[in-house]
Write a protein that binds this ligand. Structure first.
Ligand code: NDP
Ligand code: 2IT
Length: 444
């Protein structure tokens, strides 16, 4: 049996109930096959894959808090400190009722390779809680964040582990978490990224994931002799990543036809109205169905996903496994030729097989959405030198980073598979540096 399969079987035996983690690990291990085959003796001798697939540490803790009616609740909080070979653990916190150890391990493993692709010195981690912020007051969210940080502060630090946002964790939550960290530790340090501008946040961090997604999509199109201008785009989600992907895509002359939340999607033939979207989501934390009430030519499709809308480009920006094999077939049948992933692991295995068989341009999440964590790392640099850079400075570095990621992923695809297989390209290009650092640092 191949080394990759041996390690996967071992994982299946050790963690039989971690479906999402096993799914991510299988996909990553499979696509590392070319580099593992080329280095098998060295990797086996160093138990490299066995170490790579197990987090260095996982902490989990209870998070008790009281709601506005005086009722007490207990949620589960976690931090998966997956790999620190190339830098302090770095990765977001997710607050969503589905959060469990399996989902955070899948996200953490993806994060190791994503962070490596940015070229910046950041290891991989992820955390969160099975808390649902929807419908909670600011005071409830504050009390939850304070209780969460009262446990988490023991395990993080500016040179140890630097969390940020993810689903359900945005500027408001990061600010409450930061306030509590500072209060407990008496340290004013860059322990979180995605902070507010008045207390160490970086300009362009809120925009970074969505903008980065568009920058790498443009680079991929440019290499194929095409451009974004004039293309029709379908976006899912209406959170942080979706909003700024829509903004940048429109700025570049694309027509964005949709956005969504977990209740349904909006189709707007005239293009999504960004001011209306911002008003609903940023000012009121509202639901996406409200968009159709204010934009008469748009349609709200309750309970559906936007993948049946005809488009040139699909940008999934909501959550994992939101495009299945059937959805992918619909997209392809309707003429979609580009998929770039703003969300983490939004396409399931069958969907990816369909993209690869159709030879469309497909940029997987760990490359396509790396702009967010890249600017997080730039926020860490700014905090360390106690300076803040201009929007233009950060944005231009972000652009360079995304173009570089495209080039490295494309080069690795050519070296280890065939040009254009960005799945193998992204995994191998991310892994090479982490593997070299792990080998050099000995059996730790
Ligand atoms: P937000 O919480 O800001 O927005 C999430 C959006 O996705 C909402 O519209 C939400 O709808 C929708 N969504 C969440 N869960 C589901 C679900 N199970 N089914 C359908 N829709 C769902 O999160 P972000 O925009 O930050 O994150 C979106 C994706 O991008 C995630 O996969 C995240 O891991 C990834 N990502 C985020 C980065 C960041 O910097 N924030 C960086 C890189 C990747 P609803 O309100 O109904 O839940
Ligand atoms: O998935 C991700 O890359 C993020 N949620 C952002 C992580 C970060 O540390 O900025």
């Amino acid at each position: 049996m191949s080394y990759v399969n041996e390690v996967y079987e071992m994982l299946q035996k050790k963690h039989p109930y971690e479906a999402e983690f096993l799914e991510a690990a299988k996909r990553i291990l499979d696509s590392l096959t070319p580099i593992v085959d080329a280095n098998e003796d060295l990797y086996r001798r160093n138990a490299l894959l066995e170490r790579f697939v197990e987090p260095e540490r996982i902490v989990s803790f209870r998070v008790p808090w009281t709601d506005d009616q005086g009722k007490n609740h207990v949620n589960l909080g976690y931090r998966v400190q997956f790999n620190s070979a190339i830098g302090p653990y770095k990765g977001g916190l997710r607050f969503h009722p589905t959060v469990n150890q399996s989902i955070l391990k899948f996200l953490g493993m993806e994060q190791i390779l994503k962070n490596s692709l940015t070229g910046l010195p950041i290891g991989g981690g992820k955390g969160g809680a099975d808390f649902d912020p929807h419908g909670r007051s600011d005071a409830e969210v504050m009390r939850f964040c304070q209780s969460f940080m009262t446990e988490l502060y023991k395990y993080i630090g500016k040179d140890v582990d630097v969390p940020a946002g993810d689903i359900g964790v945005g500027g408001r939550e990061v600010a409450y978490l930061y306030g509590q960290y500072k209060r407990i530790t008496n340290l004013y340090e860059g322990v979180l990224t995605g902070k507010g501008l008045s207390f160490g946040g970086s300009l362009a961090r809120p925009e970074a994931t969505g903008y980065g997604l568009i920058y790498i999509t443009e680079e991929m199109l440019r290499a194929a002799g095409e451009e974004l201008k004039g293309k029709s785009v379908v976006v899912s989600g209406s959170g942080n990543v979706a909003q700024y992907a829509i903004q940048k895509a429109q700025e570049r002359g694309a027509l964005v036809l949709s956005c969504s939340d977990s209740d349904g999607f909006i189709y707007d033939p005239d293009g999504i109205k960004l001011d209306l979207l911002f008003e609903i989501k940023q000012k009121r934390r509202g639901r996406i169905r409200e968009y159709a009430e204010k934009a008469p030519r748009s349609e709200y499709h309750a309970g559906e996903k936007p993948w049946s809308v005809k488009c040139d480009i699909a940008l999934p920006c909501a959550t994992q496994n939101e495009i299945n094999g059937e959805d992918a077939k619909k997209l392809l049948k309707n003429g979609c030729t580009v998929v770039a992933e703003g969300a983490n692991m939004p396409s399931d295995e069958e969907a990816i097989d369909a993209y690869l068989a159709a030879k469309i341009l497909y940029m997987p999440a760990k490359a396509a959405n790396a702009g967010g964590v890249a600017v997080s790392a730039l926020e860490m640099s700014q905090n360390s030198e106690r300076l803040s850079w201009s929007f233009e400075e950060v944005d231009s570095r972000l652009k360079d980073i995304m173009v570089n990621i495209y080039r490295n992923v494309s080069a690795a695809s050519e070296k280890y598979a065939h040009k254009g297989n960005f799945v193998i390209g992204a995994n191998v290009a991310g892994f090479e540096k982490v593997a070299a650092a792990m080998l050099a640092q000995g059996l730790v």
